[in-house]
Design a protein around this ligand. Sequence first.
Ligand SMILES: [Zn+2]
Length: 359
Amino acid sequence: MSNLKENELEYPLGERLPQRGSVLEVAPGVHWVRMALPFALDHINLWLLRDRLDGRDGWTIVDCGIANDATRDAWETVFASQLQGLPVLRVIVTHMHPDHIGLAHWLVDRWSTREHECRLWISATDWNAARMATLQTIGHGGDSAARFFASHGLTDPASLDKVRARSNYYASMVPKVPTSFRRLMEGQRVRIGAGDWRCIAGFGHAPEHIALYSEAIGVLISGDMLLPRISTNVSVYDIEPEGNPLPLYLASIERFTALPADTLVLPSHGRPFRGIARRVAQLHEHHDERLAEVLAACSASPSHATELLPLMFKRTLDLHQTTFALGEAVAHLHALWLGGRLARRRGDDGVWRFTPAAA
Ligand SMILES: [Zn+2]
């Protein structure tokens, strides 16, 4: 997405970022922590909220970072210098992706005492999905992912071998998930410190993503559902091969436009911003353009997802990025297929090709 679009939003903190091991207060009682990630997407934003729970003063953490020594060390630096001597009381996780839930098990162990459990709060769907992915009883790599990608035209043997070899990819970043949790659901109000935060469930990016909105201070913790610069990944995965996540995602972000125009959005990647309505409109435009391109290509000749990648992603992709991009391409094809615009047929080579639906 172009910088022009990024510049249509307002960034009240300018270029300010929290230093490593430090925090930056972005709203009353809401502190921004930024952790490094070893990917092309090189950081994640986490949040520390001043809290009071069961009569104890302390902090609630929102999202955790992936499980590695660098992130644990950065947290220890924050704990030693930024908590005003108070404990962490609970850990809220927006969704099951590794950069968000990776260290949840370590954080709840680190802060639980005999008298007080430091509990994980998360949607039931994402807790279950994370538990299963960590136990490797479902896809997220390995043979089943390789078969899925091959059915969408990724037939290069070297790439498929690499996908097969990646069977413990999730567990490498999320070695454990807490064995108990407290359930977050759409519409639920969670009192954090002096005020209530409302849970807003969102779909299409993760199974049941929870964003948190505080009317009193005008802040939305958007997780990955609304990001200012990059578009949120919306993918079809091997475990749900006929999935249709794109309409779910677009309907979910539409609901954020009901929030006040001056709401400060705290995204998991990029800078805090204002301009929800503009950003949601940009994302609709972005996906409408991709859908039109995909429809035009399939109208010109029957197409599979892999051959649409150069059209949809105008940069060179490594294998990791290719698998993400392929999931996104299938998401756009499925939105058109399940929306009645395209038909699909499986060739003798086992590959799904999409053509315009008969009128
Ligand atoms: Zn995510």
